[in-house]
Design a protein around this ligand. Structure first.
Ligand SMILES: [Zn+2]
Ligand SMILES: [Zn+2]
Length: 605
């Protein structure tokens, strides 16, 4: 348990009192000091209510000391009678804030269940103090039975366990399967708080949550499991500005817990860590695999969304009474040649150039290189350069015309042909459909983002896993030779990661280099632009950094102007940026605008 405040202080001189240092959910990275009123016992890690900027706010006590109370306001009350965070969790929060260049307060408070409204808290007990065990290497489970094996493992092993799911839907599924309490926002606030404190007492052996549960108190050493490690939902923008995987890796290192990362198609970063020996990756025996067919769409897709192989697959499956699923990407952000399939890419960054909404310009999302769209293909000289125009609505109309007797839907899972965006793949149970068809895989490969290849690979694999025995996966693409397609066809993980890591190394992307994104916003465009320029200028001269020029990313009719720029640097990027950018961060509503930093953004688009 955290050290509680001694009950009596020497106040005879009148100048010495107990002072609590409290952090709040604001972008200011220092603690505010308050006098602890006599009769109020508080400890580090406890939530308290204190006056800040004229109103009562909830903060976390991060320090207690004796000192001069002159000019300090008193704390108002304790939210719970005991700390909500252990010493280890406070340390983890401090580390996460430093890694993500955000304030300790906003990091810690984004990782806690909401405080009770009104006065009284439920009966609670303090979080367990971890006795650090010997550290164990994290494990990366990629095999088909990974989730069943996790359940078996939880049944077999006696210790406490925390499961972090990518979203509320997945958390609900896991909580149901394990009959475990939930710590995510899909349940009532009271339920979340009860689950939090029950976990700390060891009363619930297994708890399930999303990333807001990363600091959940468990009697250590525990088992920590990250479900679908590759899912971008594990690092959305905003606090806590750290990937759930990285926080769990650090947590396991600090308290000796066993960490399991589950994914059939892990991030290139985790695969690389495994290759370096920092993560154990047991071999995954090959699972049953559907027939994977590629269909070349050059010159076809302009008028009709289905090639012959995909048309046949739908016919064959409907004859067998099995469902077909068509995946259509909605993003149409890049320009490609209809004749040879060449995508217009940034020569320096390797990512597809993004086509402006009005089609007047092509821009690299990373280095801001801007070009006028050419009128012919640089590779073959062809004159048909076009963005991809198929969306689920258009595909549905076309499929209904081609198959008037089949039920075709974008909603009903009962339909014989179900059409949706890639998100649909998350909801399909394993081995449940007759065929999956990617109408235009190139729409995914062309997303102007360095992770486009990795995301496409992950979707192809998920699609293959959702096809039942004797079924088919049909990939319509102009790039049947792309390594993501080849590797999915051959069910060969190693070959995909080898090529992907080669690409990342050549062009300096994670895991070889780290990215950070600085964005500024202001009501007027001028100040937002000037502020971005000042931030970029402050970084000039720091060795090891590549600072790209700021560009406007203002939404078309938004109320605020936004500018941003990207920085590439070595592993210690946060430490290099912190001193130079400190003057721009943490000032409340600067008259000129607001500066935000997103470390390790999951995309550069
Ligand atoms: Zn570029
Ligand atoms: Zn061409």
């Amino acid at each position: 348990m955290a050290p509680a405040l001694p009950q009596s202080a020497d106040t005879r001189s009148g100048l010495i009192a107990f002072i609590a240092d409290v952090v709040f959910d604001i972008p200011i990275d220092h603690a505010f000091s308050y006098v602890v009123p006599s009769g109020l016992a508080v400890a580090r890690g406890q939530r308290v209510s204190a006056p800040l900027q004229g109103r009562a706010r909830v903060g976390v006590v991060v320090g207690l000391r004796e000192g001069d109370p002159t000019g300090l306001k008193p704390l108002q009350r304790a939210i719970e009678p005991v700390p909500v965070l252990s010493e280890a969790a406070l340390e983890l929060g401090r580390w996460a804030a430093g890694q993500s260049l955000s304030s300790r307060g906003s990091t810690l408070l984004s990782l806690l269940p909401p405080p009770p409204r009104g006065g009284t808290a439920e009966t609670v007990s303090p979080p367990a103090a971890p006795a650090p065990g010997p550290s164990r290497a994290p494990e990366l489970w990629t095999d088909e039975r990974r989730e069943d094996r996790l359940v078996e493992c939880l049944e077999r092993e006696p210790g406490a366990a925390l499961l972090i799911a990518p979203d509320r839907e997945a958390a609900a599924r896991w909580a149901g399967r394990l009959d475990a309490p939930r710590l995510d926002s899909g349940v009532s606030e009271g339920e979340r708080r009860r689950a939090w404190f029950a976990a700390s007492r060891g009363r619930s052996r297994v708890v399930v949550g999303t990333r807001s549960a990363l600091l959940a108190p468990l009697p250590p050493p525990a088992m920590l499991a990250l479900i679908d490690e590759h899912d971008p939902a594990h690092k959305p923008p905003g606090a806590p500005r750290l990937h759930s995987r990285d926080l769990l890796l650090r947590r396991a290192e600090l308290d000796g817990s066993r960490l399991l990362l589950l994914s059939a198609t892990p991030s290139a970063e985790s695969w690389w860590h495994a290759r370096q020996g920092r993560i154990v990756r047991p071999d995954a025996p090959p699972a049953p695999w559907p027939q994977v067919v590629t269909a070349d769409t050059r010159g076809i897709l302009r008028n009709h969304p289905l090639t012959l192989p995909l048309t046949r697959a739908i016919e064959d499956m409907s004859r067998q009474g099995r469902r077909a699923v068509l995946i259509v990407s909605r993003r149409t952000a890049a320009l490609a040649c209809d004749e040879c399939g060449t995508v217009l890419r940034c020569p320096d960054c390797g990512v597809a150039l993004a086509l402006a909404r009005d089609r007047s310009a092509l821009r690299c999302p990373l280095c801001a290189r801007t070009e006028t769209p050419p009128d012919h293909c640089p590779a073959c000289g062809g004159h048909r350069l076009s963005p991809f125009g198929w969306d689920p609505e258009r595909v549905q109309t076309s499929v209904v015309r081609r198959f008037p007797r089949l039920t075709v839907s974008r909603q009903s899972v009962e339909a014989q042909v179900l059409i949706g965006t890639p998100a649909l793949l998350r909801t399909l149970p394993r081995r449940s459909v007759g065929c999956v068809g990617f109408v235009a895989l190139d729409g995914l490969l062309r997303v102007p983002d360095f992770r486009a290849g990795e995301r496409t690979w992950q979707l192809l694999w998920a699609a293959a896993e959702s096809v039942g025995p004797g079924g088919r996966l049909v990939i319509q693409t102009q790039h049947p030779e792309h390594y993501a397609v080849r590797a999915a066809q051959a069910q060969d993980r190693a070959s995909f990661y080898e090529e992907e890591l080669k690409f990342r190394a050549e062009l300096g992307y994670p895991p070889y280099r780290r990215l950070a994104e600085v964005s500024t916003r202001s009501r007027e465009d001028g100040p937002a632009r000037a502020l971005a320029g000042e931030c970029a200028a402050a970084l000039r001269g720091i060795g090891g950094l590549t600072v790209y020029p700021p560009t406007s990313v203002s939404p078309p009719r938004g109320r605020q102007s936004r500018w941003r720029f990207v920085i590439k640097g070595p592993a210690e990027l946060p430490q290099l940026l912190a001193p130079a950018l400190a003057p721009f961060l943490g000032r409340r509503r600067r008259p000129t605008g607001v500066v935000e930093i997103e470390m390790d953004p999951q995309s550069n688009g």
